[in-house]
Design a protein around this ligand. Structure first.
Ligand SMILES: [Zn+2]
Length: 237
């Protein structure tokens, strides 16, 4: 099945489509983070750089990371019939690239699943969609040399306590936190980025401009959350 999915992701028609979509990304990608990308594009040369990066990305490391994620998704949902798995993958990719929010895509994906596995479908869809979003943002950040992101939660009552703790915290891509450990929980799930664990609706927002914060700001550094002034952050960034 993975090789079938791979055939599809390397299909020239898909790549052609993906390249066309990459051009649109600068205005569409990630409803919330998108605002920041656009503001950055207006304000400084970083925006132009990102736009050019997006034009290139389907041919470069980001295209690769999208395809890798598609393969990973395929492996995770291998208990489903192949045609369903393929449809789900295509749908997730198409919608994620359009900038549709993870929660909305998860809702859309439910129609692909047989009634009996709806509950499982929910968890798979939400988790996979948000992992794909995080992978995309990470790949983009790497491409433009942005080493940090801001952990954002959906800021509602359903956010788990350990993730509430992470809200608005600046995190380095190379040093993911263990939110459960920071929260003193008995059961931890290892170190991971926003959106990378089951049922997590948190998302990542790239740090492109230090003017976007009110300093001092919360930074995950040295295994704990610290309040840092702009100067302190610049020293470690
Ligand atoms: Zn979360």
């Amino acid at each position: 099945m993975i090789s079938r999915i791979r055939d599809y992701t390397y299909d020239p028609r898909f790549i052609e489509y993906a390249e066309a979509e990459a051009l649109k990304m600068v205005t569409h990608l990630f409803t919330d983070a998108g605002r920041t990308w656009r503001q950055a594009a207006k304000r400084n040369s970083m925006g132009r750089l990102i736009f050019e990066a997006m034009q290139e990305e389907m041919r470069g490391p980001i295209g690769r990371s999208i395809r890798l994620q598609a393969e990973r998704n395929a492996a995770i949902i291998k208990s489903l019939p192949l045609d369903v798995a393929k449809q789900v993958n295509e749908h997730v990719l198409r919608e994620a690239m359009k900038g549709t929010r993870a929660s909305e895509i998860a809702e859309q994906i439910k129609v692909f699943f047989p009634e009996a596995s709806k509950a499982k479908a929910n968890v798979i869809a939400r988790t996979e969609v948000s992992k794909t979003s995080t992978a995309l943002t990470q790949a983009r950040c790497e491409y433009v040399g942005a080493d940090w992101y801001i952990w954002r939660t959906s800021e509602d009552a359903r956010v788990r306590d350990s993730h509430k703790l992470m809200d608005d915290v600046i995190v380095k891509w190379s040093d993911p936190p263990s939110p459960e450990k920071l929260d003193g929980a008995k059961r931890a799930f290892g170190h991971y980025h926003a959106g990378e664990i089951f049922n997590c609706r948190c998302y990542t927002e790239p740090v492109l401009d230090l003017d976007q914060f009110t300093w001092p700001a919360k930074v995950y550094y040295g295994g704990r959350i610290q309040r840092m002034t702009r100067k302190q952050f610049q020293k470690i960034a």
